[in-house]
Design a protein around this ligand. Sequence first.
Ligand code: GDP
Length: 425
Amino acid sequence: MSNCAIVGINWGDEGKGRMVDLLTERYDVVIRYQGGGNAGHTVINEYGKFALHLLPSGIFRQGVLNILGNGVALDLENLWIEMEQVRSQGVPLTPENLRISDRASLLLPWHRQLDGLEEARLKDHAYGSTKQGIAPFYSDKYQKKTLLAGELFDREALKAHAAQLLEWKNLTLTGVYGAAPVRLEELMAWLDDYGEKLKPFICNTTKVLRQAQQEGKSFLYEAQLGALRDLDYGIVPYTTSSNPIAAYAPVGSGLPSASVDEVVGVVKAYSTCVGEGPFVCEMFGEEAERLRQAGAEYGAKTGRPRRVGPIDLVATRYGVEMQSATAIALTKLDVLSDLKEIPVCVRYELDGQETDEFPFPTLLNRSKPVLTTVPGWQQDISAVRRWEDLPKAAQDYVEMIEKAIGCHIAYVSVGPERDAYIYRP
Ligand code: GDP
């Protein structure tokens, strides 16, 4: 069976959760391979409305195995809170349908604390972090100074390792930030509490995946954020601290030899961006506020108003290329339905020259959008389920994007509900 990655093409919040929830029907295993609880994947289905942060969006499907891979930032506390929330809405969560990699590193309370302290120190130069501890966590992981989930099974060794890390971490907390030191008993109490709750789910997921692969099962890799937030290929330093690109999926999932046969890139019908950093196509004023309200563009995790703009064909083409997308899901087309004319960012202007290429990160601040407008359709399309029933102007808009980004748009989403989409074979 073929494996598929569902990834963001732009700055995140494209509607990936909604697409994973839809497509999980066809896959046996759904794996989150990077990032942490700073994601906010909104899913609406028969159980209700959910903003999933760390749980894979396949948990709503019976018979689907969900895995948190070694590449994620495993925040035991927030994961447990999320699991309790989801369970309270009637969704079963057991080791039958959820497994956690024993090689996932633990995001500890001090990572969240350090995230807040560093953003406060940066003041006007803050990166706009969600303060979930993601950047401090990944820095520590790459310094090999984290605890692995599998260490929870040997308390004595865990305590000794935790004590070593704590001694080192307290140098930063007290020396750099003037904060109170963390005590070992505090940390161990936290690890004991959440460790006991989550140990039943932790195992060697590489083994599980290898077995599944041998049985011919198919994998769906679920990414967080989008290509422009990729640590290596995004708008550095306003990126996340991991790799949301599809190429990282087998590494962060736990089976590096697994293939990624298809990549569904999710693109929003207009642009949004949360937090700081260059956003070339940004719109301001009343026009922006109308679009923000029409699209309910407020962060799923933080409630922050998202910055908005027209679809950015330069950034989107770059995102498609970085993700090696084989098909596109265009979401939220319905949000543009009221517009008489729809603005589109077709190129950038950089130092007086027009360009189709997405610039080096430090040049983005000097780039300006080259805009055009295309006719709107001005009618409600949220009930449309067949391509031929879409108004001609909406079809033209989709085809214009498809041509500009060089990738087939296979799904057009016209509402947040599971079935609110049009399939274009
Ligand atoms: P993700 O992080 O990529 O999963 O995206 P978010 O969940 O942060 O943001 C997408 C938002 O748009 C969610 O509130 C979805 O319910 C909503 N959504 C997704 N697709 C559509 C669509 O086609 N139309 C409308 N109106 N809303 C959508």
